[in-house]
Write a protein that binds this ligand. Structure first.
Ligand code: TAP
Length: 429
């Protein structure tokens, strides 16, 4: 019932637009909080973490009054006429559980679609990054969103997250996080009351760089594919496959660029690379590097904690990574470039290696040959394929993984369906 009431108020009172306006008015404060809480450099926090969150609320605010069904003629051969029409209804109370890498943006991607479709929500931020979610709750009250519609519930995954998965009155759980926790959540949602679930999970996204690429762009974007948000990026290129004839040049240019990166205080506007999110994550990344060395990959650059206070990790490059190695298969979620060569011209061979993963979140290809780019994009098993670009997410483009990277979409029109149910009404006349 609350959902039905909300659907009307959100649709006709422009409150989601007001919420986006308020977020914009407070964008510098939100970006500062986000930077301090997550370690993202301020400039990125302002543009991406906060900027895209505002765009997301504006985009979904535009959908509020466009949630429509269809009319479907049925059983036309009978003497009586029949018609089915469908209605898209909200689900009711939805739970949202998010990780710590883009705290506000992950909140926005799910909450905006959830609210635009007339639901209420209970959101659990990650324990280590709850602050922008709390500021968002304050702004939602100012925007006139009625009490009880947006509920922010900080706490641990094992306690609060688990309780949300098990709760008998919650009808949907939208989750972003790791694959093992996603599986656990899906099981609990099924065993409790068969909640609808959408899962945005881990990835090990391949990026294929052919020798006929625009090298300047491939170096710049290849670096961004790994080091953006200090690698704490679900679509980070987990593995770069570089064609043999340009491999050495590509690597040496990447290392030259890394040396120019300014590592330091994330609030300093000139910093390129801030600290990792929390201590345990930094320790995990250092172990990941040790594992790479132990297995025989070449640690060409970095691999260590930076010698200054804080959880700073050197941007790192591994080369000569073989397919069986742990670092070739598992996500680091940090600033670690993992590079393998492939033989010149072996398009099908590199595709096979790129697809040999249980993950399928994103992927990329750099080549000037549009036919090759299209051939590769059709065969890559990933929810997103970037051609001659990377990290280009947009509020209007559906986003979500294949295989063990999950299912269900955030963003774009597709995201609305994650928070709606379809009712068929059949009339005989
Ligand atoms: P997780 O450990 O999976 O945690 C994600 C969220 O789930 C946190 O809020 C966590 O709570 C909560 N949680 C933990 N156990 C739970 C349980 N039993 N029931 C319900 N909730 C529970 O992931 P993480 O380490 O925060 O984030 C990194 C992972 O997220 C990476 O694998 C990354 O690829 C993935 N990720 C994916 C995407 C997309 S869009 N596919 C985007 C960002 C990140 P706590 O606060 O207690 O940790």
């Amino acid at each position: 019932m609350v959902s039905e009431v909300m659907f009307c108020s959100l649709t006709y009172c422009g409150r989601p637009v007001r919420l986006a306006d308020l977020m914009e008015e407070h964008q510098e404060e939100l970006a500062t909080i986000e930077s301090i809480d997550s370690g993202a450099v301020y400039t990125l926090a302002l543009k991406t973490h906060v900027g895209m969150s505002i765009q997301t609320f504006r985009y979904f605010a535009g959908w509020c009054d466009k949630i429509q069904g269809k009319t479907i003629p049925i059983n036309q051969a009978r003497p009586n006429r029949n018609l089915t029409f469908t209605k898209r209804e909200p689900l009711g109370v939805c739970a949202i559980v998010i990780p710590w890498n883009y705290p506000l943006m992950m909140l926005a991607w799910k909450s905006a679609a959830c609210l635009a479709t007339g639901n209420t929500l209970v959101l659990k931020p990650a324990q280590v990054t709850p602050l922008t979610a709390l500021k968002f709750a304050e702004l939602s009250v100012k925007a006139g969103i009625p009490k009880g519609v947006i509920n922010i519930l900080p706490g641990s995954g094992g306690m609060v997250g688990q309780r949300l998965s098990d709760h008998p009155d919650i009808r949907k759980l939208g989750f972003t996080g790791s694959t093992p926790i996603g599986k656990q959540i899906m099981k609990s949602c099924a065993l409790s009351n068969l909640k609808k679930v959408s899962l945005e999970l881990g990835g090990k996204s391949p990026l294929i760089i052919f020798s006929d690429c625009d090298m300047d762009k491939a170096v710049r974007m290849g670096m961004g594919s790994v080091f953006f948000n200090k690698g704490e990026n679900c679509i980070a290129a987990g593995r770069l496959f570089v064609e043999e004839s340009i491999h050495d040049e590509f690597i040496s240019r990447v290392v030259k660029e890394i040396k120019k990166m300014k590592i330091g205080d994330p609030l300093d506007r000139s910093t390129d690379h801030g600290p990792q999110n929390h201590r345990a994550h930094l320790e995990k990344l250092l172990e990941y590097c040790e594992m790479g060395v132990k297995e025989g990959a070449i640690l060409l650059y970095g691999g260590k904690q930076v010698d200054r206070p804080g959880f700073f990790m050197e941007p790192t490059v591994f080369t000569d990574v073989e397919d069986h190695m742990f670092i070739a298969k598992e996500e680091s979620f940090g600033p670690i470039m993992v590079v393998s060569k492939f033989k010149d011209g072996d398009v099908d061979g590199v595709l096979q290696r790129a697809n040999d993963s249980e993950y399928g979140l994103a992927s990329g290809v750099f080549t000037r040959d549009i036919n090759k780019a299209m051939y590769v994009s059709e065969r890559l098993e990933a929810g997103t394929v970037f051609i001659n670009t990377y990290n280009k997410t947009d509020v209007a483009s559906p986003f979500g993984g294949f295989k063990q990277s999950g299912f269900g979409k955030d963003l774009g029109e597709d995201a609305l369906l994650e928070y709606l149910r379809t009712k068929s009404v059949t009339v005989e006349y």
